[in-house]
Ligand binder design. Structure first.
Ligand code: AMP
Ligand code: MG
Length: 397
């Protein structure tokens, strides 16, 4: 049995970044930028007005100054003339500053009478001018790798990078195993249950930028399992669920080995999730998750997402952790690292009493996994504890 850290290190050796592709900006949200992007223009490309008001010379901007309005500059419609001393141009937000002007006075500080304005309380020189290149200059870079959010996409658009290079989405084959399983919506026999894990992992993977596909459920026979394995050909990663412990019906390791899997490790000192398995089938990494619904999803967060990040070109790293204070006393931990389902709010964490790895109702209330290290001593209420936040996308106030 190996530690969680050692297992992750072994998993990182099984995966590497996938090739890249160019995608349109509207399709780039959530994708990982693979090559730094370079601005082909500055923003703003010209000195621009930040307000509606009057453009003039800073030297003229004193209280009581009377200026003659000689024209208008709007966004997308520059004033073609020149502003001399004693003159002003009506200007609107986003318009280029006219030649000769280096100051904008907001309209609230200018009394207008016909073609003349009188400044009442002028701003500091240039206060309302956005200088050319003030946001970024030509040649500015957006560094890679980074997962693109809406603000990054706006920045790439402003840089006039219409099709950034991103890492291809990993094709992840998900295989459920078990005679007891039927797909959601089917009618189970009285000795069957619904396969909940595959759709959960599908959701987790899709949310993290993969292209998951659910293969048919493999039955607990070697033939069924090896034929489903064949459907997984071409995948960038194969994820199996269940059938990885040591029972008579746990055939995944045997069948994968028969098919030529080079094993990496089997069994991790964690709770939940002990019967985790990994290896490589040809060039394709395989991650064998435990069958219990909570175990498979916890291992999804702790192992699968970090693997996926590496495949997407992001750095190899543990699932990020934060700290919070215990809302209650916590008894001493057991010999395996425990990822306890918990709910954190305003920096205080409540660890649920019921931690059995089959309890989806408890997991659905959790928004964090409290990390209790092996043989951790008892801790009092108020002590700090590390958490892995679950990006669940679910809201339940
Ligand atoms: P196993 O590792 O195959 O012995 O499975 C452990 C437990 O998880 C058993 O109670 C299985 O019925 C359950 N299980 C296995 N696979 C799934 C699945 N895809 N969805 C829900 N439960 C599962
Ligand atoms: Mg099974």
């Amino acid at each position: 049995m190996i530690s969680v850290d050692a297992a992750l290190e072994a998993l990182f050796k099984l995966v590497s970044p996938l090739p890249t592709e160019a995608v349109a900006l509207k399709d780039a949200a959530g994708r990982v930028l693979a090559e730094e992007a370079t601005a082909t223009r500055a923003q703003p490309p010209f000195d621009a007005s930040a307000m509606d008001g009057y453009a003039c010379r800073a030297a003229d901007a004193h209280a009581g100054a009377r200026l003659k309005v000689i024209g208008e500059a709007a966004a997308g419609a520059r004033f073609a003339g020149h502003v001399s001393s004693g003159e002003a141009v009506r200007i609107f937000t986003g318009a280029p500053l006219p030649s000769g002007a280096d100051h904008v006075e907001i309209q609230e500080n200018a009394d207008r009478d016909g073609d003349t304005i009188t400044l009442t309380d002028p701003a500091a020189p240039g206060r309302w001018v956005r200088p050319a290149g003030g946001d970024f200059e030509v040649g500015a870079k957006l560094s890679a790798p980074r997962r693109l959010g809406p603000a990054d996409i706006a920045l790439l658009a402003a840089m006039n990078t219409p099709a950034p290079r991103v890492t291809r989405r990993p094709d992840v084959a998900i295989i459920s195993t078990g005679d007891e399983l039927v797909m959601p919506g089917e009618t189970p026999r009285d000795d069957q249950i619904i396969a909940s894990n595959a759709v959960a992992l599908h959701a987790l993977l899709a949310g993290a930028g993969a292209l998951p596909r659910m293969l048919p459920i493999a039955r607990d026979t070697e033939e069924s399992l090896s034929s489903v394995f064949r459907f997984a050909r071409g995948a960038d990663l194969i994820v199996t669920i269940g059938g990885a412990s040591v029972g008579d019906h746990d055939l995944v390791r045997g069948v994968a080995t028969e098919a030529g899997m080079a094993p990496s490790f089997y069994r991790v000192a964690m709770r939940p999730g002990k019967p985790l398995m990994a290896g490589r089938l040809g060039a394709t990494p395989i991650l064998g998750l435990p069958g219990n619904p909570v175990s498979s999803l916890v291992c999804g967060h702790i192992f699968l997402l970090p693997m996926l990040r590496v495949m997407l070109g992001l750095p190899a790293a543990l699932a990020p952790r934060v700290t919070a204070r215990l809302a209650h006393d916590l008894p001493a931990g057991g010999p395996r690292e425990h990822y306890a389902r918990a709910r954190v709010a305003r920096g205080e964490v409540h660890i649920f009493d019921r931690q059995d790895s089959s309890l989806l109702t408890v997991f659905a209330e959790a928004n964090a996994l409290a990390v209790i290290p092996p043989d951790a001593p008892a801790r009092p209420r108020g002590a700090e504890i590390e958490l892995v936040l679950l990006d669940t996308n679910s809201e339940h106030p």
